[in-house]
Structure formats: structure tokens, C-alpha cells
Design a binder for this molecule. Structure first.
Ligand code: URA
Length: 200
């Protein structure tokens, strides 16, 4: 089976699983981009536009992410983009610990299918999830994005060793020049890491 077929099967599995938040959502929001991507970007949760279209990062934050990627010479089609939560929380509230616990096994499955070399976590929720190596109970103990953005670490996600590079969330960067500059500098680190032939 191709990665694309496996991802489609996973989408169907998520729908069958009737995860928390599915009752209030319009669509499941899995991922977009290349199923063979070397770099995967993980955000927090779908917003209103994402819920309506069943696609991550298609609203304001998504437009900014596209712009930021373009600036550093990456096309949204050559990376893969997904979220911690697969359904929109009502009124875009923060994800609850039990929602993170229920949804993230499917995120880990997405990552297992794609096998990226690098995960770029966007903002605090995704960063803390990966720093805690997928243990949602340990997210609280992790440092915030401000102190560790752009720093490379190797994390073990369910037996997979992957480079993690935390980045500011594109929604936090909109209209903030300073954070945009930091994002661009951090993306230079990402591009350098991805260009290395031997990743480990
Ligand atoms: N913010 C996110 O974290 N994810 C989306 O899909 C949209 C906005």
C-alpha cells in the first residue's frame, strides 16, 4: 500500500473511532501535503475554516504558514502539515488533556506512515507533546516555545527517532515582525538539517 492509501485508511479509522469532539465538529481534519515528506509540521487544532473544509491550516494561520514557507523556498506541497487534534474544539478553546490523549495516537500513526526526518512543532501544544515523547501526562513539565524555538533535539516517538525543531505558531507571528524574523532564522536550521545526507 502507498503512504497515501495508508493515510486514507487511517482517516477512515479516525472517523470510526468517534473521538471526543467529533459530535460538535463538521469534518475530521487529518493532514495535507506530501505523504512522503521529509519535513512534517504539526499545529494545535483545527479552527473554523479547517473544520468546514476538512483540511488543516486553510484559514488565517494557514495563509501565513504558506507565506512563511514560500519565503524560505518551501512549497506546502512538499511538506506534510497536520495537527495534535483531529477535530475542532468548540469556540477554538484550548485542547483538554483527555482530548490530546485520545487524538494523538492517530497523530503518531500518521508520523509512522510518513516517516519524516524532521518534525517542526508549531507553538506550545505540539512542542510539549513531542518533547514529552508522546506522553500527554508529561506535557506540563516541558519548557515553552519561547526558550527552545529553533533548537534541534532528537526525540523518540513510539520507537521512531526523529529530529524535533520547535517553531513559533504561524498564528502568533501574524503582523509580528520580530517573530517572523525568528521564524525565518529557525527555518534556516530546519533546511540545514534536512540537507544533511545522514540524519543519524
Ligand atoms: N491553527 C492550528 O494549529 N491548526 C490549524 O489547522 C489551523 C490553525
Amino acid at each position: 500500500m502507498t503512504n497515501s492509501e495508508e493515510l486514507e485508511r487511517l482517516r477512515e479509522e479516525v472517523i470510526r473511532s468517534r473521538l471526543p469532539l467529533h459530535e460538535t465538529a463538521t469534518n475530521v481534519v487529518m493532514g495535507k501535503g506530501s505523504p512522503e515528506a521529509k519535513i512534517v509540521f504539526i499545529g494545535e487544532s483545527p479552527g473554523r475554516n479547517e473544520d468546514l473544509q476538512g483540511m488543516p491550516f486553510v484559514g488565517g494561520a494557514g495563509k501565513n504558514l504558506d507565506k512563511l514557507l514560500e519565503k524560505v523556498g518551501l512549497s506546502p506541497d512538499e511538506v506534510y502539515i497536520a495537527n495534535i487534534l483531529k477535530y475542532r474544539p468548540p469556540e477554538n478553546r484550548d485542547p483538554l488533556p483527555e482530548e490530546i490523549k485520545a487524538h494523538t495516537p492517530y497523530l503518531v500513526k500518521q508520523i509512522k506512515i510518513i516517516q519524516p526526518a524532521i518534525i517542526c512543532s508549531l507553538g506550545n501544544y505540539a512542542t510539549k507533546f513531542f518533547l514529552a515523547e508522546g506522553n500527554a501526562d508529561r506535557m506540563n513539565e516541558q519548557p515553552g516555545i519561547t526558550s527552545i524555538h529553533g533548537k534541534v533535539r532528537v526525540v523518540n516517538i513510539d520507537g521512531m527517532k526523529i529530529k524535533l525543531i520547535p517553531l513559533f505558531h504561524p498564528a502568533a507571528i501574524i503582523y509580528n515582525r520580530k517573530l517572523t524574523e525568528l521564524w525565518e532564522a529557525d527555518m534556516k536550521v530546519v533546511k540545514k538539517e534536512v540537507s544533511q545526507k545522514t540524519l543519524f
